[in-house]
Design a protein around this ligand. Structure first.
Ligand code: AMP
Length: 181
């Protein structure tokens, strides 16, 4: 019998307890990326609702969002925008502070990466509290982007990230959910 999408993804995602610190269950997608069938399936499913829609750019969040976002951009024939930790991009940038579990950090994108009115899909591997994705969405909107959706392979719904993005009016697409954090 053909495995469901959820079975395929769950089988391909590795969980590492107590990484990077005690109590965290780290959802490792490197095993999914290394599994040709699971990787293709995840990308196909994430883009499915937007196939045929006009998407100008896919914005990927460093670093795992680059891998998925690059594949999604190719599939949708869109451009790609890297959203990076501060200090990594060589040209004129715009920056935003965002909240992490402990403290804050800053992310940047090139000022000319998106033009006002362009339709953008935001991509990362996983949404937890939503702090990272909210920062990226605000940065894109600051530059006039029209955010079509935010896409993630993994949702940790107990941490409320999806609800936080939806409250900003950003539609969220995720493929597999894990309880807890
Ligand atoms: P958040 O800002 O809380 O939504 O956290 C999302 C970011 O942190 C994403 O870039 C994820 O890759 C990473 N992240 C958070 N929690 C986990 C986890 N349990 N396993 C793997 N990555 C995580």
């Amino acid at each position: 019998m053909k495995a469901t999408l959820e079975e395929t993804l769950r089988d391909a995602i590795r969980t590492i307890p107590d990484y990077p610190k005690p109590g965290i269950l780290f959802r490792d997608i490197t095993t999914l990326l290394g599994d040709a069938r699971a990787f293709r399936r995840a990308v196909d499913e994430l883009v499915h609702p937007y196939a045929g829609a006009k998407v100008d750019k896919v914005a990927g969040i460093e670093a795992r969002g680059f891998i998925l976002g690059g594949a999604i951009a190719h599939q949708l024939s869109s451009g790609f925008i890297p959203i990076r930790k501060k200090g990594k991009l060589p040209h004129d940038t715009v920056r935003i502070a965002y909240s992490l579990e402990y403290g804050i950090d800053e992310m940047e994108m090139h000022r000319d990466a998106v033009k006002p009115g362009e339709r953008v899909i935001l991509v990362d591997d996983l949404i937890a509290t939503g702090g990272t994705a909210e920062g990226a969405a605000k940065l894109l909107r600051q530059m006039g982007a029209d955010i079509v959706a935010a896409c993630f392979v993994i949702d940790l719904p107990d941490l409320g990230g999806r609800a936080r993005l939806e409250a900003l009016g950003v539609p969220v697409r995720t493929l597999v959910a894990y309880e807890g954090h």
